[in-house]
Design a protein around this ligand. Structure first.
Ligand SMILES: Cc1cc2nc3c(=O)[nH]c(=O)nc-3n(C[C@H](O)[C@H](O)[C@H](O)COP(=O)(O)OP(=O)(O)OC[C@H]3O[C@@H](n4cnc5c(N)ncnc54)[C@H](O)[C@@H]3O)c2cc1C
Length: 434
């Protein structure tokens, strides 16, 4: 298969980019494909937002998957979606309306037809006559493409603390050594919120004592939702004081004001520090803070500031575990839910690392490809999402990051000078703040 464009990763970014290339750039349907290792479009998004029981997006309605920023608002109006589906003065869409709109967009533009199932293992150069083309390999197939966009998200490696790894190993040993006729006591389970097993585990919470670890938006939302089902049985354990911010970074990061500062920093390490510093890590908007406060007041939920040292079995005969905190206190638990995010937040997956080596790409000290203004790691090879952060700042990994990436990538050949397109995104987010 020889393509003009191959997009690796068909999540939020890959789906947006495929629609953009098709309908804005006029790429022919049979010249573009989206390679994804999951069957359904937006699979990670759907799984992760469902796990945290998210009701409203954190981002405003303008950050949607269609080409026009007002598309979701217009769709909601045409479909007579009630106003309550757009929340707060920032018009944050409900997850339900965002997902329905995305689904309608995928169907209308027949974006599923572009998808090919498979996991990209490596990208090399075509050894044939045309050395400009890329060869993309999966276990079963090969693709040739003149242009490739890598948007594989956060490398799907979940952050699991060492004490949780120790516990899982110990738990396995205990199970293996149990006598066949011995009554088996299920020990305290530890599961990551974004692990596919979580859905199954969370079905049966009956009377369990549950500790959720992580004070960011995912942990807070999950804690509120679980506390509704198991009032009085839930603890949210956070190691930093809880913080309230409307967005995960200042909206200035959607304007040339902040992005200009980022561009002035020449060294990638300096840029990485700026991007990390700009992110309001472990924070959530005021409405979530209010819900958390109400749940605490009503006795449904406890918030505990502390850090885990280790997890022990309570006694041999008990199905509870004991989380020992570094201050010496203990928390009993039947289930520990890790809302600790991703281990490799820069997007440097094995596939990306192998590709960098095979193509001899220039690498930044944080282990990702060095890119230019057009998000180009080499001629015809682009990135979007976390891999684009050193050019696009903290919003690179968000929904709006896909829109900015698409415009940058497609700007090649049109204008020699980078033009300050980002002003539009600032307008989108800041209009209602002022
Ligand atoms: C719970 C949660 C809530 C969020 N809420 C918001 C919000 O309100 N607003 C906002 O702007 N952002 C939000 N985000 C951030 C961001 O928009 C999402 O994480 C989004 O899913 C990122 O899209 P992506 O395409 O980069 O990654 P993903 O959605 O993870 O898609 C990447 C795809 O690539 C596939 N893939 C990976 N490696 C390979 C390979 N080697 N070969 C083939 N396929 C591969 C993956 O399986 C996946 O399908 C949220 C994130 C989370 C986790």
């Amino acid at each position: 298969m020889h393509l003009d464009w191959l997009i690796v990763g068909g999540g939020i970014h890959g789906t947006f980019l495929s629609n953009y290339l098709l309908n804005r750039k006029g790429v022919e349907r049979d010249k573009i494909a989206v390679l994804d290792n999951q069957r359904e479009p937006l699979a990670n998004w759907l799984q992760q937002t469902d796990a945290v029981a998210m009701k409203y997006l954190r981002s405003p309605v303008e950050h949607n998957l269609d080409l026009g920023s007002q598309a979701l608002r217009k769709w909601a109006h045409d479909e007579r979606i009630p106003d309550t589906e757009l929340y707060s003065k920032f018009d944050r869409p409900s997850l339900r309306s965002f997902n329905s709109h995305s689904q309608a967009l995928i169907e209308r533009n027949q974006l599923e037809e572009l998808r090919v199932f498979g996991e990209a293992k490596i990208i090399t150069r075509d050894k044939g006559k045309n050395q400009d083309r890329y060869l993309i390999k999966t276990e079963e197939r090969e693709f040739l493409a003149s242009n490739v966009i890598i948007c594989t998200g956060q490398a799907n490696k979940l952050a699991i603390p060492d004490w949780a790894l120790d516990w899982t190993a110990k738990d396995k040993e205990l199970r293996a050594s149990a006598e066949p006729n011995q009554t088996r006591h299920d020990h305290c389970q530890v599961v990551h919120l974004f692990d596919k097993r979580y859905q199954q585990v969370s079905r049966d919470l009956n009377n369990k004592e549950i500790v959720i670890i992580g004070g960011g938006i995912s942990g807070a939302q999950a804690a509120i939702a679980i506390a509704e089902r198991q009032p009085g049985k839930v603890v949210l354990l956070h190691r930093e004081p809880l913080q309230t911010y409307q967005f995960d970074a200042d909206p200035c990061w959607l304007s040339t004001r902040c992005l200009g500062l980022l561009r002035q920093a020449r060294s990638p390490l300096h840029r990485r520090r700026i991007v990390e510093g700009a992110r309001h890590k472990g924070s959530f908007p005021q409405d979530i803070a209010n819900q958390l406060q109400t749940a605490v007041k009503e006795g449904k939920l406890r918030c505990v500031l502390g850090q885990v040292e280790r997890l022990d079995g309570e006694t041999n005969m008990s199905d509870r575990g004991m989380l020992k905190l570094t201050d010496g206190t203990h928390l009993p638990c039947h289930l520990v839910v890790l809302a600790t995010g991703f281990a490799e937040s820069t997007g440097a997956s094995d596939f990306v690392r192998k590709t960098m080596r095979a193509l001899d790409l220039k690498e930044t000290p944080c282990g990702i490809p060095h890119i230019d203004y057009y998000l180009r790691a080499a001629k015809g090879l682009f990135v979007s999402g976390p891999l684009a952060e050193l050019e696009l700042g903290p919003a690179a990994r968000n929904i709006v990051g896909a829109r900015i990436a698409a415009e940058r990538i497609c700007q090649i050949g049109r204008s020699k000078k980078p033009h300050p397109k980002e002003y539009n995104y600032f307008f989108m987010a800041s209009r209602r703040i002022n």
